[in-house]
Design a protein around this ligand. Structure first.
Ligand code: ZN
Length: 303
C-alpha cells in the first residue's frame, strides 16, 4: 500500500464522517503494534513520530524502521511529524520522506514559552510554503492546548480555547491543511474527566474549512469523542493511553515472573531473563489499545 498524505486521508474521512487515529511510534514494537492494529481493523492510519523522540534515539534509525514496516503494510498510511517546533526540524523530516508534518507554532522551541499569534503565523506559513512545494501536508496548532487544564482550574477556560474567528484568519493566511484546536483537551493523563467544549468546536468547524485535530485524546470519554467527530474532528492523537497499556502489561509480567524466579536456582534465574517475554505482551497490549481506539473513531473498514 503506498504512502499517502494526511490531506488525502482527511478528505476521505470528511466524506465518510469519521476520524483517523494518529498514534506515536517510539520503537519497533510500538510501530508494529500500530500498523498491525490498523490492518486488523482495515483502517487508514497516521503513524507519528514526535520531535522529542530524538532525545531517545537518532531519528534516522526509527524512520528507517517505520518506512520498512509501512512499505509492506496493507492499509494507507501517512507518516507524520508530531509537534515539530522549528522550521529546521520540519525540513529535516521532509527530507526523510514524511508525507505530513506538524509545525507547532503555539510554543517556542523550548516547548514552554508561548509564541505570539503573529509569530505562529510567520513560522507556520514558512513551513507550509516549503512543504506544499513537495506535496506534503501541514498541521498547525492554534490555542494553548498544553495549559488548558490549568486554565480551566482557574475558572477561565475561554482564554485558552481556540477562537473561531482567529482560527479562520489563521487558516486563510497560512494555508495549513489541518488545524489542531484547543477545545478542552490536554496532553498526558487527566486528574478527572475532561470536558470537551463542544459548542466551541462547533463554532470553529463552522468558520474553518480545513479538518480539525484533537490532541490529548487519552481519557476523553467515548461519547464525547464520538460527538467531537460529528462536529468536525478528523484526526485524533493518542499517545499516553498506549504508554499506560505498555506499562501495565510489563508490570504484570514482572510481577508474575518474580514469583516464578524466586523458586529457581541461580542458573534457572539467569535463563529466565528473556526481555522478549516483556516486550511481546507490551506490544500486544498496545495493539489492542490502538484497535479499540480505531473502532471508537469510526475508521474501521475504511481502508
Ligand atoms: Zn499533541
Amino acid at each position: 500500500m503506498p504512502l499517502v498524505t494526511s490531506k488525502e486521508l482527511m478528505q476521505n474521512a470528511e466524506r465518510g464522517g469519521y476520524a483517523v487515529g494518529a498514534f506515536n511510534a517510539i520503537n519497533m514494537e510500538t510501530a508494529q503494534a500500530i500498523i498491525g492494529a490498523a490492518e486488523d481493523e482495515k483502517s487508514p492510519l497516521i503513524m507519528q513520530i514526535t520531535q522529542t523522540t530524538m532525545n531517545y534515539t537518532e531519528p534516522e534509525e526509527l524512520v528507517a524502521l517505520v518506512f520498512a514496516l509501512v512499505e509492506k503494510s496493507k492499509v494507507p498510511i501517512a507518516v507524520h511529524l508530531d509537534h515539530g517546533r522549528s522550521f529546521e526540524i520540519c525540513m529535516r523530516f521532509l527530507r526523510f520522506g514524511f508525507t505530513s508534518v506538524m509545525i507547532d507554532g503555539s510554543l517556542h522551541e523550548d516547548g514552554k514559552t508561548p509564541r505570539s499569534y503573529e509569530e505562529n503565523i510567520e513560522i507556520t506559513k514558512k513551513v507550509v510554503d516549503a512543504a506544499h512545494a513537495l506535496g506534503v501536508s501541514v498541521e498547525a496548532e492554534l490555542g494553548r492546548l498544553g495549559q488548558i487544564g490549568a486554565e480551566i482550574e482557574t475558572g477561565d477556560p475561554g482564554k485558552a480555547l481556540t477562537d473561531p474567528e482567529q482560527a479562520k484568519e489563521f487558516v486563510d493566511i497560512t494555508g495549513v491543511d489541518l488545524l489542531a484546536v484547543a477545545i478542552g483537551t490536554t496532553h498526558g493523563l487527566y486528574r478527572g474527566t475532561p470536558t470537551i467544549v463542544h459548542d466551541r468546536l462547533e463554532a470553529i468547524n463552522k468558520t474553518v474549512d480545513v479538518p480539525l485535530v484533537m490532541h490529548g485524546g487519552t481519557g476523553v470519554p467515548d461519547d464525547a469523542v464520538v460527538k467531537a467527530v460529528q462536529l468536525g474532528i478528523r484526526k485524533i492523537n493518542i499517545d499516553t493511553q498506549m504508554r499506560v497499556a505498555w506499562y501495565d502489561a510489563t508490570r504484570k509480567v514482572i510481577e508474575e515472573t518474580e514469583k516464578e524466579f524466586a523458586s529457581l536456582d541461580e542458573l534457572g534465574q539467569v535463563r529466565k531473563y528473556d526481555i522478549r517475554k516483556l516486550l511481546a505482551p507490551a506490544r500486544q497490549a498496545v495493539r489492542d489499545t490502538v484497535r479499540e481506539r480505531i473502532r471508537v473513531f469510526g475508521s474501521s473498514g475504511k481502508a
